[in-house]
Design a protein around this ligand. Structure first.
Ligand code: PLP
Length: 389
């Protein structure tokens, strides 16, 4: 037996992904050679940096079937979501009537918070769209909301906790036949499933670098070509009051380029690894339940519940060996119940015993075997400790 400490296994890829070394190389190259300011119009260094930004716009657009002119760089998906909602609010059909928003109950906190801020200011009224036990959206509820008058539909492409995928093409059709705009939070889905934003008529779509093996602190809002986003400064399509984050933008572009080329091979392999892990765990741990839509979920998602075991007790036993989470990173630091599991109607004990596992393209078969062993041992140990009380 080796005494060498094993590196902990990272299976929290919904929270953030490891940056692809090829993306790191491109960022480094940009920082060391493309250091001009893209807003400098007086020399070639500025031109070179500006060209890099434009090339990155093209890569982002290609990945999600968008228009390069509709790509607006932001500090991440949260800012892109705020920008989209602020745009929809300020361009609403009637200035003195609040924007009528249909909102799925399982949206990410970034969407819920941005909408609730606008609601507090009297700019928005919300119609909630329910989900079923698998976090699937009730399309009939969407149709009847649209029939009674909706200006903006907000639905995510994939859920960040249970991984359920949403029929965004169909949802966009329902929205557009009611003349509503649509905001698709594709933060977890972009680079993992095919998306055709322009063909599907998606008004606003958001992506984030760190969810697809790119850097943190960079994302994009992608709009239809007829949408005009105004900035307080500059000529380049990037938010903020200063110089665009060129290394981040180029890193996001490269991450998108690699996903376009590799998603098709990577995703089935990752799904097979996830299915194997699921089978291993179901065969060794009694009472284990799988949450979300098992027939239509992100290939790297595995969301589990144990009714008799508090999740934090299991995670405490895994801390140095296996990185998984109890829920979304934005809420798992705070001890609040998951609004997603709640909206799905999961029993309280299943919510308290929930685990989110997120594989990635760097996950190895050996890690899957070891992770299953660690997880099963931690559950057994926790159960023994509970029985001894
Ligand atoms: N939307 C979803 C579905 C997410 O999962 C996340 C991050 O976890 C966000 C939005 C926010 O992304 P960012 O970290 O880029 O602001």
């Amino acid at each position: 037996m080796s005494n060498v400490e094993e590196k902990p296994i990272y299976l929290d890829n919904h929270a953030s992904t490891q940056v692809d070394p090829r993306v790191v190389a491109v960022i480094l190259h940009t920082m060391t050679t493309g250091y001009g300011n893209p807003n400098s119009v007086d020399h070639v260094f500025g031109d070179m940096a500006a060209k890099m930004v434009v090339a990155a716009q093209c890569e982002v657009a290609k990945l999600i079937g968008g228009d390069p002119d509709g790509v607006h760089f932001t500090t991440g998906a949260s800012e892109a979501i705020q920008l989209a909602i602020a745009h929809a609010v300020s361009n609403r059909p009637h200035r003195d009537i609040p924007l009528r928003v249909a909102l799925s109950a399982v949206e990410h906190r970034a969407v819920l918070d941005a909408i609730s801020l606008q609601e507090d200011n009297g700019n928005v009224v919300v119609t909630w769209l329910p989900v079923d036990n698998f976090a699937r959206l009730d399309l009939e509820a969407l149709k009847s909301a649209c029939a009674s008058g909706i200006d903006l539909v907000c639905v995510m492409a994939a859920n960040n906790e249970v991984g359920t995928l949403y029929p965004i093409e169909q949802i966009a059709q329902i929205a557009s036949s009611a003349n509503a705009s649509i905001l698709i939070d594709a933060t977890q889905a972009a680079g993992h499933i095919p998306i055709f934003a322009v063909d599907w008529g998606i008004t606003y779509l958001t992506v984030s670098g760190h969810k697809m093996y790119g850097p943190k602190g960079i994302g994009a809002l992608v709009t239809l070509p007829n949408i005009s986003i105004r900035y307080s400064h500059g000529r380049l399509r990037s938010t903020g009051n200063g110089t665009p984050n060129v290394p981040g933008i180029v890193g996001l572009g490269e991450a998108c380029r690699l996903r376009q080329m590799e998603m098709i091979q990577d995703e089935p392999r990752i799904a097979a690894q996830r299915n194997h892990l699921e089978a291993l765990l179901l065969s060794t741990i009694s009472g284990l339940e799988v949450n979300g839509d098992r027939s239509n979920r992100l290939s790297h998602n595995l969301h589990l519940s144990l009714p008799d075991v508090p999740n934090d007790a299991v995670l405490a036993r895994l801390r140095n060996r296996l990185a998984i989470s109890t829920g979304a990173a934005c809420t798992s630091a705070v001890d609040t119940p998951s609004h997603v599991l709640n909206a799905m109607g999961l029993a309280e004990e299943l919510q308290n015993g929930a685990f989110r596992i997120g594989l990635g393209k760097f996950t190895t078969d050996d890690e899957i075997e070891r992770a299953a062993g660690y997880f099963a041992a931690a559950v057994e140990d926790t159960r023994r400790a509970i029985a001894a009380i």
